[in-house]
Design a protein around this ligand. Structure first.
Ligand code: UDP
Length: 236
């Protein structure tokens, strides 16, 4: 029995690339989708926000000479493509799943509304919130904070490639220390990475707890939901 009734899971686009440099690794998509469906079957309501970094990022496109707003629109459309890919795999596993997009693209997915998303979650459907916040100059981390807050989730889960928040980069420093728990003010003041500041400030100001964990550690997602000491929890 999970400690949480409703969660919002943020997956980066890069996580979907697996071993590749661009696009999707079908094995990764299947593994992640299976874990999501398994969790949903235990009765936890689950909303997803997926990034677009495996396809396009506005900042990179700006550096390549594009107008930033247009680059961000391309980035947001990349998140829609990722949402469709994940919806397809989730539905093939037999779960009900809707894509709600912050940008109007009605042939592809319904327009996002918080109330409609909440109703679908209450009906036991998996909801993928696509196109970030719908506005340029934001990230999907910030969109994930916003959606977690307005969908009244009990926890925001940020899936990363590392198993929590460290005091320095564990890829570069073998002595890096992992935190089990952190306060938002400390994470913000010490600039302890993993999530952009706008996202962290929103979570702090709206009392939304967050857990940073490695989605690719087997059983990690279920572990977090069962209250096991997995990843780093950040609270007010
Ligand atoms: N984006 C945006 N507004 C949003 C969310 C995303 O403009 O509210 C754009 C932005 O260009 C971003 C891209 O979509 O670089 C992909 O999102 P992100 O970089 O957050 O993806 P992730 O790193 O999680 O894969």
């Amino acid at each position: 029995m999970s400690n949480y009734k409703r969660i919002l899971l943020k997956l980066s686009g890069e996580a979907l690339m697996g071993q590749y440099d661009f696009g999707y690794d079908p094995d990764v998509l299947s593994q992640v989708a299976q874990e999501i469906v398994d969790v949903q079957k235990t009765g936890v309501e689950i909303a997803l926000v997926i990034g677009g970094g495996n396809l396009f990022r506005g900042q990179g496109l700006e550096e390549a000479g594009f107008d930033r707003v247009r680059g961000d629109q391309m980035g947001m459309l990349a998140t829609v493509m990722n949402a469709l890919a994940m919806q397809d795999v989730i539905q093939k596993l037999g779960a009900e799943c809707d894509v709600l997009s912050a940008l109007g693209i009605e042939q592809v997915g319904e327009k996002y509304s918080a109330l409609s998303a909440r109703a679908k979650l209450s009906d036991g459907r998996i909801v993928i919130c696509a196109a970030g916040s719908g506005s340029p100059y934001f990230t999907t981390d910030t969109a994930a904070s916003l959606r977690a807050i307005e969908l009244q989730a009990d926890l925001l889960l940020k899936a990363t490639k590392v198993d929590g928040i460290y005091d320095s980069d564990p890829m570069k420093n073998s002595d890096a220390k992992r935190y089990d728990q952190l306060h938002y003010d400390d994470a913000i003041n010490d600039r302890l990475g993993v999530m952009d500041l706008t996202a962290m400030v929103m979570c702090r100001d709206n009392n939304m707890p967050m857990c940073v964990f490695n989605m690719f550690d087997e059983g990690a997602l279920t572990g977090v939901l069962d209250g096991k000491p997995v990843g780093t929890t950040v609270k007010v």
